[in-house]
Design a protein around this ligand. Structure first.
Ligand code: NAP
Length: 243
């Protein structure tokens, strides 16, 4: 009988554990513990770091995990790299469930940057109304460009106010809708968006809205992750487990 560990924290992981629960496959979902009120899940949930690749390998062995599915966010490069090493150490099968990156279409005005520091640098210049679609972990870096008015969309309220002199916080959890996002951008007179190339449908609404409103986007490209077996569809994960 398979015994599955899903590394989660994404919409895809939530959809995957729904499918695994429906298929009555023994599954544990793992969260890092960044979100204060995670949604209830139909499978066992564990929360918190494992203690690096060695700690994850120990967990895989101790819990007799047969199948490790890395369904974390494409920017969560540390846990994904650790998962590769841990699976090798513990001799556990590993598959990544990933989202293809977004690609620009006609009408998009994207400029690509490799990481957060480069995005901060790209904001040098006169004051603008900037939508930062990044999550609360990276906000402090933007204190280096204090001239802008920042619109921040976050899942949880930050414990301390972001060090940005002029900001507005929206507490919302995706998936989002393109028309609602366009109305939001117009209401806040947004003239620039900073986004991570997360891929997937849940967070794409802002890019569709930006295209419609001709708002430029600073697109942060994905961090590199070592090669591993990966699929984009939940059905492929189920096939892999039940093969
Ligand atoms: P990260 O930099 O790759 O991971 C940092 C550490 O957090 C890892 O070394 C690990 O600690 C722990 N960790 C991460 N994901 C975990 C999981 N699913 N279960 C248990 N421990 C986990 O990750 P991050 O960018 O901080 O993201 C944290 C979580 O948020 C991820 O699960 C990711 O799917 C989700 N998320 C991230 C983003 C983003 O933009 N980065 C966006 C949406 C959701 P140990 O080394 O102690 O094991």
């Amino acid at each position: 009988m398979p015994n599955i560990l899903v590394l989660g924290g994404t919409l895809e992981a939530t959809r995957l554990v729904d499918a695994l629960a429906r298929a009555q496959l023994p599954t544990t979902l793992s969260y890092a513990g960044r979100v204060a009120r995670p949604k209830p899940q139909p499978v066992a949930v564990r929360v918190g770091g494992f203690g690096g690749a060695d700690g994850l390998a120990r967990y895989l062995r101790a819990q007799n995990i047969t199948h490790l599915v890395d369904a974390t966010h494409p920017f969560a490069a540390t846990i994904s790299t650790n998962a590769i090493r841990a699976a090798q150490l513990a001799g556990t099968n590993l598959l990544a469930l990933t989202r293809p990156p977004w690609t620009a279409c006609a009408g998009d005005q994207w400029s690509h940057v490799p990481d957060i520091p480069a995005a901060v640098q790209a904001l040098a210049g006169p004051a603008r109304n900037v939508m930062l679609a990044l999550g609360r972990m990276h906000l402090a870096a933007f204190a280096a460009q204090p001239q802008h008015r920042y619109l921040l969309r976050l899942v949880d309220a930050p414990q301390t106010p972001p060090p940005l002199p002029d900001h507005h916080i929206l507490l919302e959890r995706g998936p989002f809708d393109a028309d609602t996002d366009a109305a939001l951008m117009q209401a806040h007179d947004i003239t620039l968006i900073v986004a991570k190339n997360a891929g997937g449908t849940g967070a794409q609404a802002k890019l569709i809205a930006a295209r419609k409103l001709r708002i430029p986007v600073i697109m942060i490209d994905r961090p590199p992750i070592p090669a591993r077996a990966q699929v984009h569809d939940i059905a492929n994960v189920l096939d892999w487990i039940t093969a």
